[in-house]
Every structure is written in C-alpha cells, then in structure tokens.
Design a protein around this ligand. Structure first.
Ligand code: SAM
Length: 298
C-alpha cells in the first residue's frame, strides 16, 4: 500500500473525483473500505468497495479518476467491443491497447469469429489487481484466445503492419501514460497495423467536456491520417464525468460503415447483454446538435 494520501478519498468517508480535466465538478461515491492502494511506475491505482447504499460495488480509480465500477462496467465494455466487431464482416484478429481490467476483452471473446485477441497494457499492476477485485471482468485473461503483453501500446504498434481486423484503444484519460494514445503519430501506426477493411475504436472522452479534443482528433484522423471514414458515437454511463463517454471510430476502407451493424452475436449471447443492441449501435451515432459536426465529413 502507498503511504501518500489516497487521491480523492476524503476524511468524511466519501471519494470525490476532482480533476483539472473536469474543473468545477466532481462525482462522489460513499466508501465502505479501501481494498487496494499502490503506486506503480506509471500511476496510482486505488480500488475501493463502495457503500452498499449506492450499489456501485467495487470501484477502480487511476490517479483519482474512476475507471470502472461493478455496477455499470458493462455499458462501456459492451459498446467498445460490439460496435466495431459487429460493423466488421469477419473480425479474426483483434488488438486491445490499454484495457488492463479485461472488460473489453471479455466482450470481444464473445465473438466466435475472433481467433486471437492481443491485449497490451502498460501497467501490470492493473491486470494483477483486476484479477483479484474484479474477477467477473478479468476472467478474460484466462481465455485460450487471449494473449496479454505488459508494455506501452504506442511502442507495440510501431513497426507492425497489416495484422489486425479491429484495434480497440481502451485507454485512460490523456494525462499521464495514456497521453501518447491521443496523438497523430500513434494513429498513423494504428492505421498501418490494420488489415484492409480494418476498424479502430477508441475511448473518445466526453463531448460535454472535451469537444475541442475530439474535434482535433476527428480532424487529424480524416485529413492527415486519412481514415476513409471517422465517426463518434455517444455512450451514456453514470460513473464517467458528465455521464457520457464516446467511441471514436475510424474505418480504413470507404466501403465500411461503422455506424451500422452487419453481423449479429449468437442469440444466446445477445440475450445476456445489458446495454448493446443493434438499434443502440445505430442510435449512438445520432449526435446532439452541439456535437453533430463530429460526424460531418466536409
Ligand atoms: N475506459 C476506462 C476509462 O477511461 O475510465 C479506461 C479503463 S482501462 C483500466 C485504461 C488502461 O489504459 C489502464 O489499465 C492503463 O494502464 C492503460 N494505459 C494507459 N496508458 C497506456 C499506454 N501508453 N499503453 C498501454 N496501456 C496504457
């Protein structure tokens, strides 16, 4: 356990998610007990059990920012996996960058077509502690098609070519080790790693808070990296700042329309999903007026 004060944990028994990335606002959750707190080479990892009253279960925090809670983790994990995989005709090879809790990989591996799912997270501590405190999420690390590497995702995609049908960038916020995952050089490497027909789906931050960052990214993805199409989908999730996060998508070929599902999961799998549906897939790309420019090509 680390000896410095735990980011966000207050003397009154509440966690408060204050950050310069969302100034003047903060989600609060009542803490029952801290289950783990430690400093890795990259970030401060805290896991606490929230109070029974709130029903959010265990909560993972990196440098004071909530990464997931037991209660609503399915929202983000289902969308980040099923939107790109259902928009791809035959997703056989998948790379996840970040995603050290295992949640996106759990969803990816529900697609029988996937032959190999590589995951590269910079922080082995996140993987190790997720297995202990989020076993229902981290179960994916034990799947025979899962192939896990501890390392920098930006370095991993350098020098690779034509390897993946789908790349999912499940990163933390653009402060700290993930900042490199929001830059142009990284995306130019990602595009080269995609096979023809490939799709990238990235944690796209919240349109309420980071519209300028998202606009900057959609602009360089379209104009400089030259993805054939770029789209931003909105995901509604209670415990991310402003209750929303985005999936920022890029398709390598013009024939690919990431906003439309063209494959279905087996019915038995579909029935167990709690957020993703084919209708919601299409609807996620219908944006409010203040953000609609994100999905306009010209
Ligand atoms: N969607 C979640 C969120 O934004 O709250 C992110 C969850 S996941 C835990 C984020 C992961 O990204 C972390 O495990 C972190 O270690 C990893 N990460 C950050 N920078 C990275 C990098 N450069 N390469 C690979 N993984 C990275």
């Amino acid at each position: 356990m680390a000896s410095q004060p735990i980011p966000g944990i207050q003397a009154d028994g509440w966690f408060r998610e204050e950050s310069t990335m969302w100034p003047g606002q903060a989600l609060s959750l009542k803490v029952d007990k801290v289950l783990f707190d430690g400093q890795s080479d990259y970030q401060r990892l805290t896991i606490f059990k929230s109070s029974e009253e709130g029903k959010w279960g265990n909560v993972m925090v990196l440098d004071g920012a909530v990464q997931l809670t037991d209660r609503d983790e399915f929202v983000y994990h289902e969308m980040m996996a099923h939107v790109p995989l259902c928009a791809h005709p035959s997703p056989k090879t998948v790379l996840i960058i970040g995603g050290g809790d295992g949640g996106v990989m759990r969803e990816v591996l529900k697609h029988d077509e996937v032959e190999r799912c590589d995951l590269v997270d910079i922080d082995g501590l996140v993987i190790e502690q997720s297995k202990v405190h989020f076993p229902q999420v981290a179960q994916s690390f034990f799947h025979p098609k899962a192939n896990t590497t501890v390392g920098d995702g930006a370095a991993f995609v350098q020098g690779k070519e034509n390897e993946y049908d789908v790349i999912i960038v499940d990163s933390s916020d653009p402060e700290g080790p993930a900042s490199v995952l929001f830059g142009e050089e990284f995306y130019s490497n990602v595009k080269r790693c995609l096979k023809p027909g490939g799709i990238v789906c990235s944690q796209g931050e919240s349109a309420w808070l980071h519209l300028h960052l998202i606009e900057k990214m959609t602009t360089f993805l379209r104009n400089d990296i030259k993805f054939a199409s770029v789209r931003y989908g909105m995901i509604y999730i209670p415990t991310y700042p402003c209750g929303s996060i985005g999936c920022l998508m890029g398709a390598k070929d013009a024939e690919t329309d990431v906003t439309k599902p063209i494959r279905e999961l087996p019915l038995a799998v579909q029935e167990k999903l709690k957020y993703y549906t084919a209708d919601l897939h299409r609807a996620a790309f219908a944006l409010p007026a203040f953000a609609k420019q994100l999905n306009q090509d010209a």
